[in-house]
Design a protein around this ligand. Structure first.
Ligand SMILES: Nc1ncnc2c1ncn2[C@@H]1O[C@H](COP(=O)(O)OP(=O)(O)OP(=O)(O)O)[C@@H](O)[C@H]1O
Length: 316
């Protein structure tokens, strides 16, 4: 449904996107993740046709975005982080206006407005002024404007930001309902939200795409890495040598200094491939090198830690 190849966007010398390629199938719900400045908004803005890339190609349903911009735009609905609402209008006036902007014939606008309002459950407030609605309802109005014109693809930028817990649950349920018949990309910082709503995760970091994985694989990968926290007393320990000694053990993926959680101690995080239990070796190493071993605690990598691992320096 959406095929992106070699997309690069430069702002002056800075590359906000660097050779990004991915393929999203019809009906897929994709979570767009990445730390601040990763390029998420830039990517969404290119996919909505709001800005253009310097290099690369976007195909939507087989149509080249550059060559068939209007036809592509007709397929894509966009809910920006701050929906473009005219607060003095009633919901009905606003949605009719959006229908007009979408090029819908006058005789069909009313029906398009009603359909979108029905989808998002705001039919009972269409006569109210937008400025008098709660944030949750404003977000629903924003979603309705994205749906007007039976859009096949929805791009949702941080759709639950600023909502209270009840509104968040309602919004998620709404997105789940819409996802049964649409292709959706959701940009979010909330990993639990992405793992509930999405089929796959597209992870960006500093303009590079570093993963496009099914959510279940991402979780499985996280579970496949075991993590140990090793606490050593300071006496006679050279941190770099300790890290080097641990890193050369079989099965160890990474080791780094976490910090101090108890006076005169250092905690080290050790990631180990599933199937390896290096605890006995670690105890032997500490004994041999006289490292004061104070704690050795296994933990499981959460999706958040997996995300941190992939987006940290050199994580790709
Ligand atoms: N109009 C612009 N002019 C110059 N640089 C820009 C412009 N827009 C974005 N950038 C830069 O491009 C990079 C990617 O920005 P973008 O807003 O796409 O990231 P993001 O992943 O959406 O971040 P956030 O989560 O903070 O919204 C950042 O370094 C940003 O400073």
């Amino acid at each position: 449904m959406i095929k992106v190849s070699g997309l690069t966007k430069r702002y002056g010398e800075h590359r906000a996107l660097n050779q990004v390629s991915f393929h999203i199938k019809k009906g897929e719900v994709v979570g767009l993740l990445g730390p601040n400045g990763a390029g998420k908004s830039t990517l969404l803005n290119i996919l909505t046709g709001y800005i253009f890339a310097n290099e690369g190609q976007v195909l939507v349903d087989g149509m080249d975005m550059m060559q068939s911009l209007i036809a592509v735009k007709r397929k894509i609905g966009f809910l920006p982080e701050k929906p473009p609402l005219y607060k003095d209008m009633t919901v009905k006036e606003y949605l009719l206006f959006v229908a007009e902007l979408n090029g819908i014939a006058k005789k069909d606008r009313h029906q398009a407005m009603e359909k979108a309002a029905h989808h998002t459950g705001i039919t009972h407030v269409i006569k109210r002024r937008i400025k008098n609605l709660s944030k949750g309802y404003c977000q629903r109005v924003g979603l309705s404007q994205a749906l007007i014109g039976d859009k096949e693809i929805l791009l949702l930028d941080e759709p639950t930001v600023g909502l209270d817990p009840k509104q968040i649950m309602d919004m998620r349920q709404l997105i789940q309902e819409l996802s049964t018949t649409r292709t959706i990309i959701i940009s979010s910082h909330i990993l639990s939200e992405i793992s509930v709503l999405c089929d796959s995760i597209l992870l960006l970091n500093k303009g590079h795409m570093i993963a496009h994985e099914k959510v279940e694989n991402m979780i499985k990968n996280a579970l496949n890495i075991h993590q140990l926290i090793l606490r050593l007393g300071l006496a006679g320990c050279d941190q770099e040598t300790i890290i080097a000694n641990i890193k050369c053990m079989e099965g160890v993926l990474d080791t780094y200094l976490v910090g101090t959680y108890e006076s005169n101690t250092w905690d080290y995080s050790i990631s180990v491939n599933k199937g390896y239990d290096i605890r006995t070796q670690l105890v032997a190493l500490c004994h041999e090198k006289n490292y004061p071993l104070l704690m050795l605690q296994p933990t499981v990598l959460t999706l958040e830690e997996m995300f941190m691992k992939l987006t940290e320096e050199g994580g790709a």
